[in-house]
Write a protein that binds this ligand. Sequence first.
Ligand code: NI
Length: 257
Amino acid sequence: MDSLIFDSHAHYDDEAFDSDREELLASLPQKGVCHVINAGASLKGSAASIALAEKYDFIHAAAGIHPEDAFGLPEDWQEQLSQMLSHPKVVALGEIGLDYHYEDACPREIQQQVFEAQLRMAKERDLPVIVHDREAHGDVMALLEKYRPRGVVHCFSGSAEMAREVVALGMYIGLGGAVTFKNARRPLEVAAIVPPDRLLNETDAPYMAPVPYRGKRCDSTLIPYSAAKIGDIRGVPAAEVLRWGRQNAAELFGITL
Ligand code: NI
């Protein structure tokens, strides 16, 4: 079987998988999944991400500090992260970025400092970044333009215009379950215009399960539902969308298919 599913963003270290993680992960390669990038969100989550990548050939790790975890970091967080980035199965720095959704979460200045520090680390190491942008489009774009990293804006929620700007910077657009949601408008506009060589498929598992599984626990085997929706909009079969995403992710993260 031709395994077409490259999940460019998942969190299998999440507690939602505590009851059956080993069983589920062991089953993925038989269900059409060729590779998964497991994204870290904290120092602890990044270490867990690396542990999964050590255990499973098809899992690769990203290590980084998510904006919601940017508050109260230990003084030596950059050294700790830096050490993790040297691990042979770490293929990206992420997920990192800005999240202005919750007013009382991590203060914006701290989020920005931690994001910038990680953008610099990625540049120094020539590592791609996995960017989280929630209700912070203007500030995220300004920093991407300043540092011009390689990488992807995952779970892309910006406008088609912003998608064009991200692509013009040479970056990729990650699309997942949100394209299937009933109220989806922007993700569909973006899905219609993203160049085939700039699209990544993703889940954000355990979150963002596509319709008809919306609200349930998500895993990489559900990617064909969002690929089918993107394919509908573009007039190509889901398999074609999966092939685009697989090729692009392999190139961005330096993974041999
Ligand atoms: Ni995520």
